[in-house]
Design a protein around this ligand. Structure first.
Ligand SMILES: [Zn+2]
Length: 311
C-alpha cells in the first residue's frame, strides 16, 4: 500500500481495532479510506468497482465470501479493481490464499496484530509471502517455551512474546500473546532485513477465534451457569460452513423443561441464545439436549469440539 491507494476497509469499526486502527494508519500513509466496515456484500462489491478500490482489508473468510459473491454475480477477477488485500484476525492457510487470489484477482497478504499492542500493524507479509515482517522499530519479539518460559532460538516454534518499544500510555514488557509461531531471522527475498514470524499455528490456551472474535469457553460457561434450568453439562461445537465459522452450544437441561410446550422450549432456547449474544457479540446456535445425553468424561471434560482443522 502506497500513498494514493484507495483502501476499502471491511474490518469492523467500533471497539475492534482492525477498523479504526487500519483506517488511521492508511490515512497517515496518504491513502484514501472507505470506512465500509463488515457485511453488506452487495454494497461492498458496488463500492469496490464504483470507487475503484485498490486495496481491501477484511478477514480471510470474508474475502473468500466476497470472491464467491462476485463470481455468483458474473464478475470476473479482471472486473475487480483490487491490487492487494490485507487479511488477518483469524487463522488461514495458503490454500485459502490461493482461492482468494484467484477469486478477487489480487494478492492476498497476511497481517498480524493484537489489541494489546495497538491493533493491526504489528507484522505484515510482503509480496514474497514468506512470513510476516515484524515492525521491530516498535516491537521486540521473542519466542518462548510456554512451559519453562525460556526463550527459544530462532526457527523453533513456541509462544510469541512482545515488548513494546515506542508506546507511552501502556508499555508492555514480555507480553505473552498465547499465539504459537516461529521467528525467521534470515533476510527476506524482498530485501528487508527485519525479523519475520510464521503464521500462528495455534494457541497455548483454550481461546477460540470465531469470525475474528476472541471467545473463551469460560465466557459461555458463565452465561450457562447463570440459568437455573441448565445442567452443568455442555459442549461447544465450532465448525466452518462454506468459509464462515459457525458455533453451536449444546446444553443439557433438566427433566422438567421437556414437560413444557414446544413454544415454551423455543422461547427458552432463544433466551439462552440472546444471553450468549449479549456477552460474546456473536450468534451461537443453542441446542437443548435431554438429561444425561452429553458425554461425561473421567478427567478433563471435553468442552470444545473444533471441527475447523481442515480449514
Ligand atoms: Zn519480505
Amino acid at each position: 500500500m502506497t500513498p494514493g491507494d484507495l483502501l476499502q476497509n471491511a474490518f469492523g469499526y467500533g471497539l475492534f481495532t482492525g477498523g479504526l486502527g487500519l483506517h488511521l494508519g492508511a490515512e497517515r500513509l496518504g491513502c484514501t479510506v472507505v470506512p465500509i466496515s463488515g457485511g453488506n456484500t452487495e454494497r461492498q462489491l458496488k463500492i469496490m468497482r464504483d470507487f475503484r478500490a485498490s486495496v481491501l482489508s477484511c478477514t480471510p473468510s470474508y474475502a473468500m465470501y466476497l470472491a464467491d459473491a462476485a463470481r455468483d454475480r458474473g464478475l470476473r477477477p479482471e472486473d475487480i479493481p483490487l491490487r492487494v488485500g490485507f487479511h488477518g484476525a483469524e487463522p488461514w492457510t495458503n490454500e485459502l490464499r490461493a482461492q482468494i487470489e484467484a477469486g478477487l484477482g489480487a494478492h492476498a497478504l497476511d497481517i498480524y496484530g493484537l489489541s494489546e499492542m495497538g491493533g493491526p500493524g504489528v507484522a505484515y507479509e510482503c509480496l514474497c509471502k514468506a512470513g510476516m515482517h515484524i515492525n521491530e522499530d516498535h516491537y521486540l519479539a521473542e519466542v518462548i517455551d510456554p512451559h519453562s518460559l525460556r526463550p527459544l532460538p530462532h526457527g523453533e516454534v513456541g509462544e510469541l512474546v512482545f515488548t513494546t518499544l515506542s508506546r507511552e500510555a501502556q508499555p508492555l514488557i514480555r507480553y505473552r500473546t498465547r499465539d504459537l509461531c516461529a521467528l525467521i531471522a534470515e533476510p527476506c527475498a524482498c530485501g528487508r532485513t527485519s525479523l519475520r514470524m510464521t503464521k500462528p499455528i495455534g494457541r497455548s490456551d483454550d481461546m477460540l477465534i470465531i469470525r475474528g472474535v476472541n471467545v473463551f469457553p469460560s465466557q459461555i460457561e458463565e452465561v450457562l451457569m447463570s440459568i437455573p434450568a441448565i445442567e452443568p453439562h455442555y459442549q461447544i461445537v465450532v465448525d466452518r460452513k462454506g468459509y464462515l465459522d459457525v458455533i453451536e452450544v449444546w446444553v443439557e437441561v433438566g427433566e422438567d423443561i421437556f414437560a413444557e410446550t414446544m413454544g415454551d422450549l423455543e422461547r427458552f432456547q432463544k433466551g439462552v441464545q440472546a444471553q450468549i449474544y449479549n456477552v460474546l457479540n456473536i450468534q451461537a446456535a443453542v441446542k437443548l439436549k435431554e438429561p444425561r445425553t452429553i458425554q461425561r468424561s473421567e478427567g478433563k471434560a471435553v468442552r470444545v469440539i473444533d471441527k475447523r482443522t481442515a480449514l
